[in-house]
Design a binder for this molecule. Sequence first.
Ligand code: 4AZ
Length: 843
Amino acid sequence: MKNSDSGLKYNSRTEKMNGFEEGVEFLPAMNSKKMEKRGPKRWIVILAVVIGALLLSVMISLLVWHFKYRDVRVQKSYTGYLRITNVNFIDAYENSSSPEFSILAEKVKDLLKTLYLGNSDIGPYFKQCEVTAFSEGSVLAYYWAEFSVPKYREEAMEKAISQGMPTENVIGRRSHLLNIDSLVAYPADPKMAKDSRDKSCYFSLHTSPGVKTSFSTPGFPNSQYPNNAHCQWVLRADAGHVISLNFKTFAIQPCRQPPQDFVKVYNSLSPVEPYALVQLCGSYPPSYNLTFLSSQNVMLVSLISDATGRYPGFRAEFFQLPKTTLCGGTFRNASGIITTPYYPAHYPPDIDCIWDIQVPSDKNVKIRFNMFYIAEPGVSVSSCTKDYVEINKQRYCGELPQFVVASNTNKIEVRFHSDKSYSDTGFLAEYLSYEASNPCPNQFTCKTGQCISKALQCDGWNDCGDFSDELSCTCTEDQFQCKESKICQPKFWVCDTVNDCGDNSDELGCECAAEMLKCGNGKCIPLAQKCNSIDNCGDGTDEFNCGAVAPVNCKDYTYKCKNNQCINKNNPECDGKKDCTDGSDEENCSCGTRPITTKGRIVGGVNAYVGEWPWQVSLHTSIDGKHICGASVVSNKWLVSAAHCFQNAAGARYSDPSKWTAYLGLHDQNSLNSKNVVAVKIKRIIAHRDFNDYSYDYDIAVLELENAIQFSNTIQPICLPDATHNFPVGKSLWVTGWGATKEGGPGAAVLQKAEIRIINQTECNKILSGAVTPRMICAGYLSGGIDACQGDSGGPLSSVEANNRLYLTGVVSWGEGCARRDKPGLYTLVTTLRKWITDQTGL
Ligand code: 4AZ
């Protein structure tokens, strides 16, 4: 065996080697000892050679890496401007093909070259520079400069350009017969790094007094703007004027992160971040005010597009306004209105305003900000480092709901500051005088100084914003007093498993007395009534889990297995346990799951993740050519929606299935062609026969698809709950859709989701004066703010149940307005119409 072992070991060697093999094998014992002695020496030599070779190769690679690294060059572009003080601006400088432009541009280039070459951190890497434009002041020259710098010198060069080099060396310097007093350079955004000599898609426009000058994206409105475009519009007004720019129509590729297609407006002819006024993407409804002001007589609009997409683009117009720094002022009336300049247009950058307000001396003054939009990207509302309003040394910024600032004298000073970049809509405020002894006649005075209707005091809702209207209240008999905050909450929120008070006091002591059973609706019944086959609770919960799998007599609330046996178990379907003797409660469970794992407008909602609601459907009609209603996928052939979506309206046949297309797997209404999306025609619409157009009772419809669809990561069916499925009051549910994000507003482009809670049916019916039928379920918040809205109709109200499976609890149906206080949304309660769905679809 040993021999054959050796033979195997060397079996790839040639015949000649066999002698050596044999020699080794048959050496006498002494010789073998010699061999052992010689062995280590040979290994030392081999080891030394190997280590040496290794060291050598490491050194060689180090050297190669080092020289290669040293030689890696980075291309850097800077853009900025310099101010020439000894040249007067002439009109010819606006035309880059004029000889005057070329002469001055050459001088500026020479000057820049001299400056760069004179600096040892910059000079060796300078490649070229180009003058792109001139504007008044005396003359501002805008330029691009390019450098090619070894990686290891990049930082030093950046530092030299950003700090010392320009101003110190240059101020007052006489060179090339040009006097310059400032030189500003910023790293160029690589996306903006268009060759400055490339004049394709470049437009220079000078408006005239009293004239509105229009411009638009190439091809607008008859064709889409080009892909891979980099377009620039240089906008100019006469000296001493500012520009007002307004986008009349705006529809480009939807916003992505990072943005692919976007329009950026600059308060300068240099496309640099510190002068960016706004970056826009997506589409805006015509009602949206997209007006921007410059602080000088130039503006630059740029459009960047990627390789894909077919969108119309924009049409804009601009005109000039005399440059007045007039804003703020002295106000001596008893009340008045103040706004940021040009409100509701975006306020101009780089301004400071002071409103000095004084009301009659026997009164105090307060300011109510009705609109407040002073937000800048990346600025926190606690620091307000860029644009802000300042009153009594307190700064305010961001997007704030209505608020009041009161003074306890008759004077108040409001300061407003906007920096050079990004502007917003600004504020609209009222100043009012008030009696110190009676600040809110016939109203309640919040601690903030705000006056609210007395009816809103002690109603359980935070109307003042600081809860001051809900403190020191005596609760009514319909209310419960929270322990810590002393706030009075509606009693039907007590013991609903949700901590409404914040200190959990509304959920304490919810156990029933000994010998009593707590029902799902909070009621306590004698324990002896559990499992007596009578629904003593009123919600069937006393008859749930009564020996689970043992069949019981069938009742309204018992789950019926396929073999017609009934079981008493709360929501036994697809919970992972076979409760029916035939296991039918665990059949047909391929539903309600999301293949794409998610991290986890509707009014008050947020963007959904792609694939988060794979049963969500968008229904479009050829009548309107856009999204009209939502629906839910419940099988590969059937959708569930709301009957009211399919009611014919003046001349429009919404009941005709051929008018409808269902988009499945859709995330963004502007990406109907996405690879995740499947568009299917509707073959049959079955609206509930008893749907009542007035009361919206029986607001349900099932839609048969023209072709069976294939499920995917973004298309999945939601589970239909059994008729006995119990969704308790207070439970959190999710409503999703592309409906309006505010009452009367436009629909959302990206699917919105919002978490809402089931509201007690009886209480809801009281609030809504008896409009709630047994086929409806109320969900939302009585405080308002989060709700479904127009365009969400027909869409799902999804509930997370056992094993993270989602069930269709409701169908978005109706509501009084959207997100209004005391007006929760109404949903068609699927359990009550479950049998009807089976009858129509066989599901
Ligand atoms: C609608 O018009 C609609 N606030 C849907 C839901 C609600 C209101 C309106 C609920 O489609």
